[in-house]
Design a binder for this molecule. Structure first.
Ligand code: CR6
Length: 790
């Protein structure tokens, strides 16, 4: 497609789809017209992929996920179709700037963090590899809340990405499924029949996901909930307008909001209904498609692979059994075996509070038949393993982790360390019973978005030296390694980083009003705010550094900009205190003339995927400082390494593998190992001893306690301090000195720009393994048993 052709297509959509004359077109109008024009280009490969899948009678994979954190789609699509340059020229001729038009698209924030973003990277990789499949999720009307700060305190407001039409999707009013809740179960002719009391419609909305170079496209199908009947006319005519809309309100509530919490089980009826809603709709859709091609249910595991992204869709096990047994009349054990051979399950966390449990009483009320089926699954399990202490039903709860494990033929962890811990801790008993079931699939990230899209400067440099093959074969980055000895390459590499940093400095000035020195080290921690991720360890080190700098400002400090980004779950009080503390500390430090440009703290509000795309390419240092054993994998860590930021990190999650790949000498390691953390906690005095041994840590804590950062209000952080001093579960204190010392090694390395850049370039050259293409190939081989169709 030429620029002229694309320009014509944009103008045609501007007139015919948007009803606008170019003379009055806004950025929004142009963005929508370009989106529709680009979407037109996706249709042919999309249909072709579907045709090929049917023709090959191929097995398909269905990725069931409560979250798809896709962010913006326009740039991905133009990049994957090779239309970036063309689109730029087409818009130039119309007097619009592509970058500005791309930035006009609202982020689809249908996820909290890593789990949802992983699902989005997987979609891109499946389409790039030609793995036939679909993503299934919920079309939340409101994605993750919008964050702002008021006097440093996080304020949440509803996000409203759907206020504008979503240009990428196709509504499928004919693809509706009726999803029931509650009601009764009765036996009829030897079969159990569930008669739900309430029901809603699940309506499909399809977004095509185009892979690299437009060779394959899969579908993301998101379900929106709608009432069976628009409203109650009889009640309306009586003048009961609110009552008339009751059904509609109930239905719409189901797909209204994303639960803004990733690491806490939410014990809410609505959440359970959401889970069942999208799982049941997806299963019906899957079976309908399967039965249109095959008439023998026996073939199900050979033709269908269903991946459960965490326990959120765990009800798929009992639901599939219900369909096969109650509706199709298969024997219970037979139905259970078919379901198990079709399902597999990814565990994303070991945090006990995040392992979902539903009160049996709630389940009995909302999904009465499923509770019966779960009891039979447990019965069958115990009949085969009478010795096993494992229970799905325990303490009045249904334990969704155990249910998922027992109903899956493969269970995977998301990094080597995490998978090992899955085997030795949460699922140790089940692992003993089923020693072949657990496999590892270390997470990955898509290079199309996280290098090619986010970092055009670095991408151009890489392509210039090693050709374009790396974009869908990321291990080709290894070919950069010899170039690290080439002064010309290193100068270009440094220039690309400097350019990104200058852009970011301008953006920071624009959005926060803070002037930062682009030559300073950009030290970045962006992720959900959580105690285990230890943003407070970072801010304590910041305080200690500031105190040292003030005491001795001419000691040759390496200038730093500490950048934070991230949201706290609205109900997570401690995380919100940490946010306030960071903002308080930033206010005081940024105003200090003594430290000036030596130290700045920046915390732009409303961190999201698009902000990450700006920050990561401009970062020097990547903070991956979780308490060892707590971060299942991390995926931001991989994006940073690829973009040439050095990691300061613990031996946690995928950090371990990143360090192995980039080399220990190109990674700043600190802190206790997972085993050491467990052992240290045995000593009830561990935090007191650490504070007593570290005047710096004591000084930083004192700085908070005496109100230096809170206008003299010493009580503001009393609870946080009491926890650190009394029950420091996340071992902030015990790891502080190690972290501090490691940061000084970071300073020393940064003070030698040639050394630093070499380390950074080696991180880029050696991180190719962390492509989500590699991860998806692993799932295809070890979990799904599917071969690519291109
Ligand atoms: N919060 C893990 O904590 C991992 C992602 C994706 C997480 C994180 O380490 O990289 O999943 N877990 O596997 C959950 O969401 C439960 C996350 O994003």
């Amino acid at each position: 497609m030429t620029a002229q052709e694309l320009q014509k297509a944009v103008l045609r959509h501007l007139e015919l789809s948007l009803g606008k004359d170019l003379a009055h077109a806004t950025v929004y109008d142009i963005r929508m017209s370009l989106t529709l024009a680009v979407r037109d280009q996706v249709i042919a490969p999309w249909f072709e992929s579907t045709r090929k899948t049917y023709a090959a009678q191929s097995k398909r994979v269905y990725y069931l996920s409560m979250e798809f954190l896709i962010g913006r789609l326009l740039e991905d699509a133009v990049n994957n179709l090779g239309l970036k340059q063309t689109a730029q020229e087409a818009l130039d001729a119309l007097g619009f700037d592509l970058t500005q038009v791309i930035a006009d698209e609202p982020d689809a924030a249908l996820g909290n963090g890593g789990l949802g973003r992983l699902a989005a990277c997987f979609l891109d990789s499946m389409s790039t590899i030609g793995c036939p499949g679909m993503g299934y999720g919920i079309r939340y009307e409101h994605g993750l809340f919008r964050q702002s700060f008021h006097d440093g305190v996080q304020i949440e407001e509803p996000e409203d990405w759907l206020r504008q039409p979503h240009g990428w999707e196709f509504a499928r009013p004919e693809a509706v499924e009726r999803i029931g809740f509650g009601g009764t179960v009765e036996a009829h002719d030897g079969r159990m029949r569930w008669s739900p009391a309430d029901a809603v419609l699940a309506k499909a909305h399809d977004t095509p996901i185009i892979g690299w170079q437009g060779q394959w496209a899969n579908t993301l199908r998101l379900w929106g909930a709608e009432p069976i009947q628009a409203f109650d006319l009889e009640a309306f005519n009586r003048g009961d307008f609110v009552g008339a809309a009751e059904q509609e309100a109930f239905a719409r509530t189901i797909s209204r909001v994303l639960y803004p919490d990733d690491t806490n089980g939410e014990g809410k009826e609505l959440r359970l209904k959401q889970e069942y809603f999208f799982t049941a709709a997806s299963l019906r859709d899957i079976l309908r498609r399967f039965l249109s091609e095959h008439d023998d249910l026996e073939l199900l595991p050979q033709k269908v692979a269903i991946q459960l992204n965490d326990t959120h869709p765990a009800i798929a096990g009992p639901e599939l059994i219900r369909i096969l047994h109650d509706e199709h009349g298969l024997e219970f054990d037979h139905a259970m075996a078919l379901a198990r051979n079709t399902l597999s399950f990814t565990n994303h966390t070991l945090l006990p509070e995040a392992l979902e449990r539903w009160p049996q009483a709630l389940m009995a009320r909302v999904l009465p038949r499923h509770l019966q089926i779960i009891a039979r699954i447990e019965e069958a399990f115990l009949a085969a393993q009478p010795e096993s202490p494992v229970r799905i039903l325990e303490d009045g709860d249904v334990r969704m982790g155990e249910l998922s494990f027992i109903m899956a033929h493969r269970v995977n962890g998301v990094s080597a360390l995490h998978t090992g811990l899955v085997k030795s801790t949460v699922f140790a008993q089940l692992h003993r019973t089923f020693p072949d079931r657990i496999v590892n699939q270390t997470n990955g990230v898509t290079p199309r978005r996280w290098v090619l899209g986010a970092n055009p400067r670095l991408s151009a440099l890489i392509t210039d030296r090693i050709g374009p093959g790396w974009v869908d074969d990321l291990e080709q980055l290894g070919a950069l390694e010899p170039h690290v000895e080439d002064a010309g390459f290193m100068a270009d590499y440094a220039a690309s980083k400097a350019g990104n940093k200058a852009d970011l400095a301008a953006w920071i000035a624009d959005t926060t009003g803070i002037a930062v020195d682009p030559a300073a080290m950009f030290d970045v921690q962006i992720k959900r705010i959580h105690e285990y991720k230890r943003q407070h360890l970072n801010i304590l080190e910041t305080i200690a550094l500031w105190q040292d700098m003030r005491a001795n400002p001419r000691a040759g400090w390496v200038p730093r900009v500490k950048i934070f980004g991230g949201k706290a779950a609205p109900g997570y009080v401690r995380a919100k205190e940490i946010i306030r503390l960071i903002n308080d500390v930033a206010r005081v430090i940024n105003a200090d003339p003594v430290t000036g440009d030596l130290l700045k703290v920046v915390y732009p509000a409303n961190y999201n995927v698009s902000m990450a795309e700006k920050l990561i390419p401009a970062s020097d240092l990547s903070e991956q400082i979780s308490t060892a054993g707590k971060e299942a994998s991390g995926t931001g860590n991989m994006k940073f390494a690829l973009n040439g930021a050095l990691t300061i990190g613990t031996l946690d999650g995928a950090n371990v593998e990143i360090r192995e790949h980039v080399g220990a000498e190109n990674f700043f390691l600190f802190g206790m190992t997972a085993e050491e953390v467990v052992a240290r906690r045995e000593d009830p005095q561990h935090q007191a001893k650490a504070i007593a041994a570290s005047p710096r840590l004591a000084g930083a804590l004192k700085g908070i306690a005496d109100g230096t950062f809170s206008d003299g209000d010493g009580a503001r952080y009393a609870a946080l301090l009491a926890d650190l001093r009394g029950h420091d579960y996340f071992t902030i204190c015990a790891d502080f000195d190690s972290y501090w010392n490691c940061q000084r090694q970071v300073d020393a390395a940064f003070a030698d720009p040639a050394r630093w850049m070499r380390m950074a370039a080696l991180n880029t050259a050696r991180s190719g393994w962390f492509s989500s293409d590699r991860t998806i190939r692993g799932y295809m081989a070890d979990v799904w048993d599917i071969t690519p169709l291109i």
